[in-house]
Design a protein around this ligand. Sequence first.
Ligand code: IMP
Length: 190
Amino acid sequence: MPESNRSIYFATGNKHKFDEAKDILKNYNIKVIMIRKKAEEIQSDDLKKIARHALLKALESCKSPIIVEDAGLFVKTLKGFPGPYSSYVHRTLGIDGIIELIKNKSGREAEFRSVVAYGDSSMIKTFEGVVKGMVILRPRGISGFGFDPIFIPRGLRRTFAEMTLKEKNKYSHRAIALREFAEWYLGSHL
Ligand code: IMP
């Protein structure tokens, strides 16, 4: 069992995601314990389906209550690509590959989407977060991970990779989904 009914597990192979979640959830007095497990991913166009599948797998083999998270970068001029395939595309084409794909196209609008899936012995529930912004052709910054160096949230001038973790957490898709989750969790676990 977690140390208190305000402790949850987070199954992820991504320490950055864990650090972001820890920082958000501590504001709600929810302790998060990392289970270093790369979520088993299915291929789907739908982040929610991917997150639910990963959660069901995690519930089979890990302790609960537990969350998993699935996210992606959706670039408008690429009709939403890489979207749910972001992890694979980042590993293969990388940031440069995305820049190559968009450099001769017009329009830089993009959004990050995140789905947090929560599960315990009696239920599962999902929470979504979206941050709109733009992608840029010259990566900037060294913080964070993934496509952070080429994404600027709408209304701001700096990329996620030029922000501290706390700044990124003011705007990010993951932070929005996690805050939704935390509000619900506290409301139902008083
Ligand atoms: P997954 O959620 O682990 O499947 O990863 C999705 C991929 O999308 C990651 O490998 C990153 O390349 C990218 N991604 C998701 N969230 C973020 C973020 O907050 N910043 C930068 N890249 C992200």
